[in-house]
Design a protein around this ligand. Structure first.
Ligand code: DOR
Ligand code: ZN
Length: 346
């Protein structure tokens, strides 16, 4: 028996497209199903200025295959030297939809991120004034803090003070991985939302570490205990408008993942919508998938919902996803949920 679900075309509110040969390989994987995506600026060197964002957007559009339609929503990488006027101009021109705060050293290519949060206060004040969104990688980088506690400690010691100092600033807590993150997002009435990745709805830390180390499940923030995964699933499937999809699909070539010091990132662009249909169906919440993937994000960003639709279809045979996609830089492993999935996008 076939079952199908038609929803407004989804958007990805947190995506890594990289550059060059990797961009060429991964962009169609997202553009096939998604209309828009918030494009992470952690290139080397990072996308800091409006001019750099414009040049990166041009490279993305040049890499888009003929016949595909896709709108990259550009993001500036916040540094302690970011000029508030450059940010305001990039926003006023319509180019930039968010600024990204990486605590220095938190993750891949975050060395130019923020060490002293007081130094970025003028930029945050300007953003609050003009209504520009701040996307936050919410982990402290302090080596004394256990990696599994870094999100909760960040919320208490960095995020809450930033928001108290600047209640008008619009914030997205990105890729939350804990019940603490869910509870904090829920405790706030306005100007705060959270994205959740596909993989954090599926794996907990056992999937990474038990029965042999699985480098393709390693990402940052690292997946936590099962009770946290369950809190994320509850939030995503609840219909609460403060939660929406940001895949954090983050391609690295296999040798960089399968290494003595493997890179963080799960590549989920190819099968995200099918996996989400599986997760939402398991929760009896297929009717909430459109909100999570297609409605709540535009509402937070003040953007229209996409007019196009996509249809998800469930069949009685497991869907065969490619195990890898090839890039000019090498193969990239597609996230494997570890169980059969019967959904696919038509
Ligand atoms: O797992 C991750 N990979 N988390 C991040 O925050 C960065 C990303 C990347 O760029 O590879
Ligand atoms: Zn990311």
């Amino acid at each position: 028996m076939t079952q199908s679900l038609t929803i407004a075309r989804p958007d990805d509110w947190h995506l890594h497209l990289r550059d060059g040969a990797m961009l060429q390989a991964v962009l169609p994987e997202t553009a096939r199903h998604f209309q828009r995506a918030i494009i992470m600026p952690n290139l080397v060197p990072p996308v800091v200025t409006g001019a750099q964002a414009k040049a990166y957007k041009d490279r993305i559009m040049a890499a888009l295959p003929d016949g595909m339609s896709f709108d990259p929503l550009m993001v500036l990488y916040l540094t302690e030297d970011t000029d508030p006027e450059d940010v305001a101009a990039a926003h006023a021109s319509g180019l930039v939809k968010a600024v990204k705060l990486y605590p220095a050293g938190a993750t891949t290519n975050s060395a130019s991120g923020v060490k002293d949060f007081d130094k970025v206060r003028p930029v945050l004040d300007k953003m609050a004034e003009i209504g520009l969104n701040l996307c936050i990688h919410g982990e402290v980088t302090n080596h004394e803090v256990d990696i599994f506690d870094r999100e909760a400690v960040f919320i208490e010691t960095v995020l809450d003070p930033i928001r108290k100092a600047n209640p008008d600033l619009k914030v997205v807590m990105e890729h939350i991985t804990t019940k603490d993150g869910v509870d904090y997002a829920k405790s706030n009435e306005k100007n705060l939302s959270a994205t959740i990745t596909t993989h954090h709805l599926i794996i907990n830390r056992n999937h990474i570490l038990a029965g042999g180390i699985k480098p393709h499940y390693y990402c940052l923030p690292v997946a936590k205990r099962e009770n946290h995964r369950l809190a994320l699933v509850e939030a995503a499937t609840s219909g609460d408008k403060r939660f929406f999809l940001g895949t954090d699909s983050a391609p690295h070539v296999d040798p960089a993942k399968e290494s003595g010091c493997g890179c963080a990132g799960c590549f989920t662009a190819t099968n995200t919508m099918a996996l989400l249909a599986h997760v939402f169906e398991e929760e009896g919440a297929l009717d909430k998938l459109e909100g999570f993937a297609s409605l709540n994000g535009p509402a937070h960003y003040g953007l229209p919902v996409n007019q196009d639709k996509i249809t998800l279809v469930k069949s009685d045979k497991p869907t065969v996803f490619p195990a890898k996609i090839e890039s000019g830089d090498g193969p990239v492993t597609v996230f494997d949920p570890g169980y059969p999935v019967y959904w696919d996008v038509k």
